[in-house]
Design a protein around this ligand. Structure first.
Ligand code: B12
Length: 212
């Protein structure tokens, strides 16, 4: 079976929102020798499609929650934390969804992928107060901060974290990576972030480029 077909099957399975279907598609992809990162890309595409259908009223909240649960189970089954470890130097990354925003599915995928690539990740969760990012940077002596925002109304939280890092004299010590649907490269530039990544694989590539 070709790669595109496997990716499509993963995405289609996610759109059914059924954990059994999702896990079966993951097992098939694994059996075909597909790397975990690509499997996650296929699942993420499906999760995005679930989101689109939710917006158009074709799927409802319970479907989205089921799909999210299935996604998490699938990602867990890949044992990324155990099999990864490409980085030779331990770099610390703080990741979280900014204050006022409870969307955490994509952010958690990013954390998992970073972790599986050998980074030490401290995921602060969702709806994280701005000051908590600063405290975490100090506490873990972080090399990078990842900031997720899924709503235009919470996007400014990314800017606020950067401003507070500056006010605390920490901005030169940490890289800042922003992400989430409303964020863009232009936005990252405007608020003085070091980079923007569109998805989890790109986040890993950017983190490697900036930190290793
Ligand atoms: C699922 C979902 C929810 C779930 C969230 C469950 C959860 N635990 O996350 C629930 C139902 C709780 C929810 C609630 C709300 N939601 Co909602 N939600 C979505 C939906 C359908 C999908 C988001 C998602 O998970 N996508 C799948 C993941 C895999 O993709 P992703 O999040 O984009 O993440 C990828 C990239 O963005 C990137 N990335 C993400 N984070 C990071 C971080 C870093 C550092 C980097 C580098 C990259 C990165 O990598 C990820 C992996 O590839 C979107 C619509 C959509 N199509 O996006 C609306 C959407 C985001 N929600 C929206 C809204 C308005 C709300 C509510 C206000 C609804 C309401 N009226 O109550 C509340 C928000 C409450 C709050 N205070 O936060 C709007 C936002 C509109 C806007 N532009 O401001 C959207 C766009 C829907 C819409 N068109 O109206 N929502």
């Amino acid at each position: 079976m070709d790669k595109q077909q496997i990716l499509k099957d993963l995405s289609d399975a996610m759109v059914t929102c059924k954990k059994d279907n999702i896990m079966a598609a993951v097992e098939k992809a694994k059996a075909a020798g597909m790397p975990s990162e690509e499997i996650i890309d296929g699942l993420s595409a499906g999760m995005t499609a679930v989101g689109d259908q939710f917006e158009r009223g074709k799927l409802f909240l319970p479907h989205v929650m089921m799909a999210a649960t299935g996604m998490q189970a699938a990602v867990d089954s890949l044992n990324l934390g155990k099999t990864g470890g490409a980085a030779t130097v331990k770099k610390v990354i703080i990741n979280g969804t900014v204050e006022g925003d409870v969307h955490d599915i994509g952010k958690s995928i990013v954390s998992t992928m970073l972790q599986s690539s050998g980074f030490e990740v401290h995921d602060l969760g969702r709806d994280v107060p701005i000051s908590k990012f600063i405290e975490a940077v100090k506490e873990y002596n972080a090399d990078m901060v990842g900031l997720s925002a899924l709503m235009t109304t919470t996007l400014n939280g990314q800017k606020d974290v950067i401003e507070l890092l500056k006010a605390n004299g920490l901005r030169d010590k940490v890289k800042v990576m922003v992400g989430g649907a409303p964020a863009t490269t232009a936005w990252a530039k405007k608020i003085g972030a070091d980079c923007y990544a569109e998805n989890a694989s790109e986040a890993v590539a950017q983190a490697k480029a900036l930190l290793l």
